[in-house]
Design a binder for this molecule. Structure first.
Ligand code: SF4
Length: 747
């Protein structure tokens, strides 16, 4: 007799949410007999997803079947200038073309650019619009390597903190999400768990029911901070000082774990000397805390067991953010918190997934490019400068003998919306407006970036393609199976770049690889069907198809042998130990020990005389950076804070600003008009506005009109949270309109 599953008109397909989030939820998609997805739900068998999805993705079918989705390749109509288009009417600027026509035209233009200026005049621009291994970086990298296009330094999000963590521990591992339930203290540092890592929250709630406390360190009173036992509203960019101050107190009071330090660490004595200067009094002057609060925090952290530190990437988006993470990461090593199950720390678990990137991305293909070598590297945080006519000022030349330094003449954007998310937004848009710049955008919806495209190509959601994925918040490998056919003519990255490669005449067989073969390559599946990657040897494709998720090898130990990272064996740092003293930095001639240097753009810098307020360009809880910001349901959830400038009443009063006033916020890079909203929980001297689409943010663009292209001290990442501004009450709408009139007189 047929089983219920066999006679059901529905099938359930295991997919993985590929949005840029630590959780990488297992998502079960129910598909009806017509092939239409009718339901998405969290996988109840996934130990971290636990059967629920966040508010961003719970109604994902609204996004998959949104009437606004781009379903066909589009070409800019002749004579339509590049620049902001009216939301909902963007299609008027474009005409539908076939895939063949679009691919032929794009291939021909890229070839012309390469012939005339060299392939390094072509700049790919992508990030984590999808974080599956295939979607994030596979056929696209093969294509651009073979082409000889610029390499992109993808540092906009996590590089500063990631590099800093690796300086201390060698590899990005951390406390398992599931073990947070055992913590007696959770220290959430720059981590809005409720907003951006909601699947950790049930474990924290469990810990609190068992008597654990939650302390949140964040300049902004996030939803997580509002729910904490203690919220420390530290000043932006001073986290490193606080960590050093905590270390000073811990050592001064003898609260360190000497046994752990002796067994597992390197450079303790030199760290001890360094932190002596970071007295609570001195640190208080930087952070805005009292000396007593610093001492109390250090004591509670060092004496509570288990103590789990959830560090997130907000901390490292300041000029000194790399060093701040380096210092914070040392705390659990100083107190021996790693030894206790439910203790330790986590920034990211991505180091557990050692994918075969050589096979997936084929950097060797660069040897077959016209350059015969890897191309120059452009830092994605400096796109505005890269698109300026003289790009030589921005590219960091990694190649030994770069063949000239051509300006960027072609920009290929996928998995990203740089016109909204890249810093120094006005410079980015000025560059993208250039008439001689050829721009292709692979996207699901019209965005700020598609307003500048010559061609727009329709992209797929994670329901519509196959991929394999790890996570940066847990230890499970997951297979994302294609659940539905892409609507219209939407196509995934793998297909797009394979097709383009063939049109460019690239004959390497790898450009014809199918997605499932590429999943096998990512896992380095051998002849016996098993992965060859350390920690993944037990993983097979059939196993993934059957179970959806399989844990990394070291995380499969029985309950009696919990996973306690960095508690035994040799690490992959130069000293093979946890490095308080960084041998890597020492070899580079840099300061090997953490030190606090206030950001140039902070209240402690010279520029504060002109721009005295520190600006937090925050992410909205219900968007994923700029993703989802176009959907009405998500916008409604953010309506209270969209287009608002949150100010401490003291700062507002000093400027004659009241609740609901129109305010102008500006610095040398740009100006915005927002509506003032009082928020007494902000530190005085700090204002906050949240990221939205530029064209939905009114006059002046979005918050990135104000942020800078300066890079972090470690990892060359973005410094979104080191931004100084001034704010004034907008005199009147009439005068504002007049200024617009005189700025753009009608001919
Ligand atoms: S965005 Fe994060 S929490 Fe939400 S469904 Fe995706 S992986 Fe899960």
């Amino acid at each position: 007799m047929a089983s219920a599953a066999e006679i059901s008109p529905f099938r359930v397909v295991h997919t993985v949410c590929s949005h840029d989030c630590p959780v990488s939820c297992g998502v079960l998609v129910t598909v009806d007999a017509s092939g239409r997805a009718v339901k998405v739900a969290g996988d109840p068998k996934h130990p971290v997803t636990q059967g629920f999805l966040c508010g961003k993705v719970a109604k994902y079918l609204d996004r998959v079947y949104a009437p606004e989705r781009i379903l066909y390749p589009l070409k800019r109509k002749a004579g339509v200038p590049k620049g902001p288009l009216v939301k909902g009417r963007e299609h008027e600027a474009f005409e539908r073309v076939s895939w063949d026509e679009a691919l032929d035209a794009i291939a021909a233009r890229l070839q012309r650019v390469s012939d005339e200026f060299g392939p390094e005049a072509i700049l790919p621009y992508s990030y984590a619009g999808t974080i599956g291994q295939l979607g994030f970086g596979s056929m696209d990298r093969r294509f651009f390597h073979r082409l000889g296009a610029c390499q992109l330094d993808r540092t906009i999000c996590s590089e500063a903190g990631g590099e800093a963590w690796k300086l201390v521990y060698g590899k990005k591992l951390g406390t398992p999400t599931e073990d947070f339930r055992l913590a007696k203290l959770v220290l959430a540092w720059g981590a809005n768990i409720h907003g951006n890592n909601v699947h950790l929250w049930p474990f924290i709630e469990q810990a609190r029911r068992n008597g654990g406390r939650l302390i949140v360190i964040d300049p902004y009173r996030t939803r997580t901070a509002a729910l904490a036992d203690w919220h420390i509203a530290i000043r932006p960019g001073t986290d490193g000082a606080l960590a050093l101050g905590m270390m000073q107190v811990i050592l001064n009071e003898g609260l360190e774990d000497r046994a752990y330090i002796a067994a597992m660490t390197h450079g303790f004595e030199r760290l001890g000397e360094r932190v002596k200067e970071y007295t609570p009094e001195r640190v208080a002057a930087w952070t805005g805390m009292t000396p007593g609060e610093i001492e109390a925090l250090a004591r509670e952290y060092a004496t509570t067991r288990p103590a789990a530190l959830r560090l997130n990437y907000g901390v490292q988006r300041t000029e000194n953010g790399g060093t701040a993470v380096q210092a914070i990461a040392m705390l659990p090593a100083l107190t021996g918190a790693w030894k206790h199950r439910g203790g330790g720390a986590v920034l990211s678990t991505s180091g557990a997934f050692d994918w075969d990137k050589e096979a997936l991305q084929r950097p060797d293909l660069a040897l077959a490019s016209p350059l015969g070598r890897l191309a120059r590297t452009v830092n994605m945080c400096r796109l505005g400068a890269a698109l300026a006519e003289q790009s030589s000022v921005v590219s960091s030349q990694l190649s030994e003998e770069p063949a000239g330094d051509p300006p960027v003449k072609a920009l290929f954007v996928y998995n990203s919306n740089p016109a909204a998310v890249a810093p120094n937004g006005n410079a980015v848009k000025t560059g993208m407006e250039r008439g001689d710049l050829f721009t292709v955008v692979h996207e699901l919806f019209f965005t700020d970036t598609t307003d500048y495209a010559d061609y727009i190509l329709p992209a797929t959601t994670f329901l519509e393609h196959t991929d394999v994925q790890g996570a940066y918040g847990h230890y499970y490998v997951q297979l994302s199976q294609q659940a539905i056919e892409p609507p219209g003519e939407a196509r995934p990255n793998v297909w797009l770049f394979g097709q383009l490669a063939q049109r460019m005449g690239f004959e390497e067989a790898c450009f014809r690889d199918e997605p499932e073969a590429m999943v096998a390559q990512a896992l380095a599946i051998g002849g016996d069907g098993h992965s060859r990657i350390e920690g993944m040897e037990h993983i097979t494709l059939d196993g993934l198809k059957e179970h959806g998720h399989i844990s990394i090898g070291f995380y499969r130990e029985p309950e009696s042998q919990p996973f306690l990272p960095y508690t035994s064996g040799a690490l992959s740092t130069l000293s093979r130990k946890v490095e308080f003293y960084s041998e890597t930095l020492a070899a580079q001639g840099r300061d090997p020990l953490p030190a606090f240097i206030p950001p140039i753009e902070s209240r402690f810098g010279e520029d504060a005389k002109r721009y005295p307020l520190e600006f937090l360009s925050r992410k909205a809880d219900n968007y994923m950076n700029s993703t989802f910001a176009d959907l009405d349901g998500h916008r409604k959830m953010e309506a209270r804070k969209n287009q608002r400038l949150e100010m401490h009443p003291q700062d507002a009063a000093a400027r004659g600003i009241g609740e609901g006033d129109a305010v102008r916020i500006w610095n040398d890079r740009g100006a915005l008009t927002l509506t003032a909203m009082m928020n007494a929980s902000l530190p005085a001297g700090v204002v906050a506005g949240q990221l939205d689409w530029a064209k939905l943010s009114g006059k002046g663009g979005n918050v990135n009109a104000l942020t800078s292209e300066r890079l972090t001290d470690i990892g060359a990442g973005a410094t979104f949270y080191s931004t100084l501004v001034e704010v004034e009450k907008q005199l009147s709408i009439v005068s504002d309109q007049l200024s617009v009139f005189f700025a753009h007189p009608v001919a």
